[in-house]
Design a protein around this ligand. Structure first.
Ligand SMILES: Cc1cc2nc3c(=O)[nH]c(=O)nc-3n(C[C@H](O)[C@H](O)[C@H](O)COP(=O)(O)O)c2cc1C
Length: 187
């Protein structure tokens, strides 16, 4: 039962119970069964509390479905590996304006951030780039783009040059992938 007198009103409920013996933290994110119904029941039993659900949510449609039952949804891996999912959130879930930034503009913003962090703290761009590798998830040429941004041999280059190289490789690769409509037909 939520601690009535402790003053906490917001609960993020992990839909998998962690098995503290026998499973690693990584396995605990996949192995125990997802029990969203438990979080939904908590909301029905304690409607005055803010209940959010976490675990295994990997699309914006899934978020919309959960919001029929609870007040919020928390995403871990999907937000990390497919950050473009967040692009819809302001407009779709939070009553905000649609995001108008293109992926190229987001990448350019990240490059400015890398430059700032390098100037202020000496942080190498590689420490930041490794966390943005999901930015082009599912996009043509994404693999070539990721290979540039994760290439430690380029560490000495300024991030603006790595950006230019990543863009170039991505576009070359995307050009080499024939669109489906131009592939020869079997019949
Ligand atoms: C990169 C990453 C870092 C995480 N760091 C933490 C953490 O510091 N503390 C924590 O309690 N959970 C952490 N988690 C677990 C998430 O909060 C979340 O509970 C878990 O990933 C299950 O949700 P998901 O299926 O949406 O990934 C992390 C998950 C990821 C992917």
């Amino acid at each position: 039962m939520p601690p009535r007198h402790a003053g906490c009103r917001t609960f993020i409920v992990h839909a998998r119970s962690a098995w503290l013996q026998g499973l690693s933290p990584k396995e605990n994110r996949d192995v125990p069964p997802l029990r969203y119904d438990v979080a939904y029941q908590l909301k029905r039993d304690f409607p005055h509390l803010v209940i959010a659900v976490n675990g295994g949510i990997s699309s914006n449609d899934a978020i919309a479905a959960h919001l029929q039952h609870v007040d919020g949804a928390m995403l871990g891996r999907a937000a990390y590996y497919q950050p473009l999912l967040l692009r819809e959130w302001d407009a779709r879930f939070l009553g905000g304006a649609p995001c108008t930034l293109s992926v190229d503009e987001m990448e350019a913003d990240m490059v400015r951030y890398m430059e700032r962090e390098a100037a202020e703290d000496g942080t190498p761009w590689t420490a930041i780039a490794r966390h943005m590798l999901g930015l082009r998830h599912g996009q043509r040429g994404a693999r070539a783009w990721r290979q540039v941004w994760s290439n430690a041999h380029l560490k000495h280059l300024p991030p603006t040059e790595v950006y230019a190289l990543a863009q170039q490789k991505m576009r070359e690769m995307a050009r080499d992938i024939a669109p489906l409509s131009t592939l020869p037909q079997n019949h």
